[in-house]
Design a protein around this ligand. Structure first.
Ligand code: BG6
Ligand code: MG
Length: 215
């Protein structure tokens, strides 16, 4: 393994809870049922596909694309209000410590996120210049479980997929990593019920899996 590709929301930082709160606010306004179990299906999935899942059993499922885009923008505005309030204290010392250690061990580091807000989040938490490559929702046409976002990350790093390991909290993200022929480490919602190569409880547990790069 030469590189680690990290998902962002729910792996590096707790923005997954902001996604939940923003979708919940929209769903409540529309009178659509939404809970954390449904929210887990949105992990790793693009904004518009997420909206389709939120609306799937409601009277809003057949809205026009224009109407759906308005609702997705409304959710994103709420979400961005949460992001604006973020600062480097939102990055846990344990995560930062583990990232620094993995960098010292010689790994190339990249972000592989479906989000179009990834760069804003990284700036906010003080990691704007930290990663060797960023592949996000702005450079892909298909979101996870399609492997595109991770294959692009490997390409940006100048490495082969087989040289990369992915860290993910989304089942769709684990499927995407395996489809890309990469190794996969699952945490959070993805741990225990996916086909990942390793399951971890805490982010720092990655240090027990990925030893220093030799040569
Ligand atoms: C992923 C999240 O990282 O980004 C999904 O896990 C989200 O829940 C997706 O829908 C798209 O995010 P954004 O910020 O572009 O709306
Ligand atoms: Mg995630």
């Amino acid at each position: 393994m030469k590189a680690i590709i990290f998902d962002l929301d729910g792996v590096i930082v707790h923005t997954d809870t902001y996604h939940y709160k923003a979708w919940k606010k929209l769903a409540d306004r529309l009178g659509v049922y939404f809970d954390e179990k449904i929210n887990n299906r949105l992990r790793g999935v693009s904004r518009m596909e997420s909206l389709d899942i939120v609306l799937e059993n409601s009277g809003f499922a057949k809205l026009s694309i224009t109407e759906k885009e308005k609702l997705a923008t409304e959710k994103n505005e709420t979400y961005k209000d949460f992001l604006q309030a973020m600062n480097p204290a939102d990055l846990s010392p344990q995560v930062l410590g583990a990232l620094d250690c993995l960098k010292k061990r010689g790994y190339k580091m990249a972000i592989g996120s479906s989000s179009r807000n990834a760069r804003l989040i990284l700036e906010k938490i003080g990691l704007g210049d930290y990663f060797d490559a960023i592949s996000d929702g702005n450079n892909i046409t298909r979101s996870k479980p399609d492997p595109e976002v991770f294959l692009k990350a490997a390409e940006y790093l100048g490495l082969r997929p087989e040289e990369c390991v992915v860290v993910e909290d989304a089942k769709a993200g684990i499927e995407a990593a395996l489809a890309a022929k990469m190794k996969a480490i699952a945490m959070g919602d993805a741990a225990g019920c996916s086909r990942a190569d390793w399951d971890i409880e805490n982010f720092e547990d990655i240090l027990n899996i990925l030893v220093p790069v030799v040569g």
